[in-house]
Design a protein around this ligand. Structure first.
Ligand SMILES: C[S@@+](CC[C@H](N)C(=O)[O-])C[C@H]1O[C@@H](n2cnc3c(N)ncnc32)[C@H](O)[C@@H]1O
Length: 314
């Protein structure tokens, strides 16, 4: 089995056009790098409550920032993001956010370059890994800290957008670990799963599970492929047990043509905000939080987690 990194590193916005022109080799590793830092200016401006210049907004994904910043400006958002040497501190991004009243994204933000059925794209199994080994190790370590202990009676976990690997701690077991993804061959080979379901969440976001079924939901490096994220997050809330934990992790790589446009036109800190907004606007979750678990910043793939618990009253 191949163990090569499989996804494209998201380019800097200034590099978008050249990369767009060479979309198809997107499963090769690239030399582009992108840090969370490049959005710090816009986040800072948004958070001190005035509108950023349009050229800056355009560089970051016009629809997202122009809507978000003007709405936040109207709401006179006062909170400051902690900045160290103009760097965004990922942990601060979701603290005390003054969310606009309405979900600030438009339909076009969830369009993908490749709108052909996802079943075609995922038809052939890919027995590869999509982030590098240190990033995988960081995610596994994070899971080992927050997961219920292995073999806890009655614990059920759902790994959404699952494949042949879930990055769970070695030997980790529970009564039920369900994988939901697009490719049956991959899911069949995933050693941690006790069950699996093949379902295209962009066609049918309704999760095939009963209310209050799961203690934990994971989604590794795939939240960016969800074209109906609010519907999916509402479903996640429905199937989580009260107090259940949802863990969305992501890096800066993706299948460029299949990721939603708001993702491919923004950077790491924006992604934290975007995923945080899914939790916020789907309702029923506690305020989302972010953690930067990047193992060797600048030397291996970055890794971020946005998580939240289903409110015990939901
Ligand atoms: C980049 S891979 C990540 C796989 C795995 N989570 C991992 O960490 O290696 C993207 C995964 O998202 C799943 N996926 C993509 N689009 C999906 C959709 N519309 N509905 C359900 N799953 C989807 C695919 O099956 C694929 O396994």
């Amino acid at each position: 089995m191949s163990r090569m990194v499989n996804l494209l590193v998201l380019p800097h916005p200034q590099q978008r056009l050249p990369v767009l022109a060479s979309l198809y080799p997107c499963r090769l590793p690239t030399i582009h790098t992108r840090s969370a830092n490049s959005v710090s200016e816009s986040l800072r401006k948004w958070n001190i409550g005035f509108k950023a210049p349009r050229r800056l907004v355009l560089g970051l994904g016009a629809s997202f920032w122009s809507q978000f910043m003007s709405m936040a400006g109207r709401a006179r958002s006062k909170h400051l993001i902690a900045l160290a040497k103009q760097e965004v501190v990922i942990e601060e991004v979701l603290k005390n956010v003054d969310w606009p009243q309405q979900f600030p994204f438009k339909e076009e933000d969830f369009q993908r370059f490749d709108e052909s059925p996802d079943s075609l794209f995922y038809d052939a199994p890919r027995f590869v890994t999509h982030i590098d080994d240190p990033a995988i190790a960081a995610l596994t370590k994070y899971y080992s800290k927050v997961f219920p202990p292995s073999n806890t009676p009655g614990v059920c976990i759902l790994d959404m957008c699952s494949s042949w690997v879930s990055h769970f701690p070695k030997g980790y077991k529970q009564y039920s670990i369900v994988g939901l993804g697009m490719n049956e061959e991959e899911l069949k080979r995933n050693p941690v799963l006790t069950e699996y379901a093949v379902q295209d969440l962009n066609l049918n976001p309704k999760l095939p599970f009963e209310d209050n079924s799961f203690d934990v939901i994971t989604n590794a490096v795939s939240v960016d492929y969800l074209a109906k994220p609010i519907d999916v997050f509402k479903e996640m809330c429905r199937v989580l047990k009260p107090g259940g934990l949802a863990i969305m992790s992501f890096s800066n790589r993706c299948f460029w043509t299949k990721a939603i446009s708001i993702w491919t036109s923004t950077g790491d800190a924006d992604h934290v905000m975007i995923v945080g907004s899914y939790f916020h606007y789907s309702g029923g979750f506690e305020p989302p939080q972010a953690v930067d678990i990047s193992p060797n910043p600048g030397r291996s793939d970055p890794m971020y987690v946005v998580y939240s618990r289903k409110a015990s009253t939901a």
